[in-house]
Design a protein around this ligand. Structure first.
Ligand code: NAP
Length: 275
């Protein structure tokens, strides 16, 4: 496994995403991911699966401190008044006293960041999370947190795959001691490309492995693919016995100019234009 570091904490560059995993499927998939060797798990209040993730961790035999666990505060709970109670509920479901990373899931226009961010920071001060961060924030929203409100953010979790550039967010993150967490790293398997197919054939790897290797080979980038399928959970983890050449990395990065965004709900912010 390879890691990024923040505040002396090692974060595995490959995590396990759990959106859309529910009930027994989530329990089985998370069990299998831990057995396979994943030590970084991404959940959220809105996924409705924190209890199953918590159960899988508790039953896994893997020590809690050996797992990097992220959850996210849903839009209804980002006010200072609600944030802590909602996190306490998440911690109960996750069967733990702390998460490793607590994210604000989406910016919420109706609640000022000057309300949310101090509440988020206080969760870190109280030891309920080791690191704090945001998700789906634009560069100006990141700056409002970091430069404006003095938040030591670890990450911005955003959609990032070979069909969508995140250059502005990545540049800001790198300049501010943050990493980028790539969600929907496989483009939800809805996008395909001849370049990636060709590189996959050359390496004798699957297209998914090439895409995920592209993510983790970039400095300061972490990827969190989701899968309910054992064979995919295993193959997505088998990324550490080969490397892409600089030329292959550049060819894949060139594809991001297509700017095919998959996650864009009506409450999304006005996204940064690609550089
Ligand atoms: N912060 C946010 O707003 C946000 C938004 C979206 C996602 N996320 C996080 O990011 C995680 C990943 O994103 P995602 O679930 O949207 O998409 P993704 O990981 O890009 O793609 C998941 C899809 O790819 C398939 N898949 C996975 N590995 C495969 C393989 N090796 N070969 C073929 N198909 C494969 C999965 O099917 P199988 O299950 O059958 O393998 C599933 O349909 C989420 O689970 C969640 O934790 C966060």
């Amino acid at each position: 496994m390879e890691f990024v570091q923040k505040s002396g904490i090692n974060i595995p560059k490959l995590g396990f995403g759990t959106w859309m995993l529910e009930g027994g499927v989530c329990l089985d998939a998370t069990h299998f991911a831990l057995k396979t060797g994943y030590r970084h798990i991404d959940t959220a209040q809105i996924y409705g699966n924190e209890a199953e993730v918590g159960q899988a961790i508790a039953e896994s035999g893997v020590a809690r401190q050996d797992i990097f666990l992220t959850t996210k505060i849903w839009r209804d709970n980002v006010s200072a008044k609600k944030l802590e109670d909602s996190l306490d509920e998440s911690l109960r479901k996750l069967r733990t006293d702390y998460v490793d990373l607590l994210l604000i899931h989406w910016p919420v226009d109706e609640v000022p960041l000057s309300d949310t961010i101090p509440a988020l920071k206080s969760m870190q001060e109280k030891g309920k999370t080791r690191l704090i961060g945001v998700s789906n924030f634009t560069v100006s929203q990141m700056a409002a947190c970091v430069d404006g409100l003095g938040a030591d953010l670890a990450t911005n979790q955003v959609e990032y795959h070979p069909y969508l550039s995140q250059e502005p967010v990545l540049d800001y993150a790198r300049a501010h001691d943050m990493f980028l967490t790539a969600y929907s790293p496989l483009g939800r398997m809805k996008l395909a490309d001849a370049t990636i197919r060709e590189i996959a054939q050359k390496h004798g790897k699957t297209e998914s492995q090439i895409i995920l290797r592209w993510h983790i080979q970039q400095p300061d980038v972490v990827a969190i693919p989701k899968s309910a399928t054992s064979a995919h959970i295993e193959s997505n983890f088998a990324l550490f016995d080969f490397a892409l050449t600089d030329e292959e990395m550049a060819r894949i990065t060139a594809l991001t100019k297509q700017n095919k965004r998959l996650i864009n709900p009506d409450f999304a912010p006005k996204w940064d234009a690609a550089a």
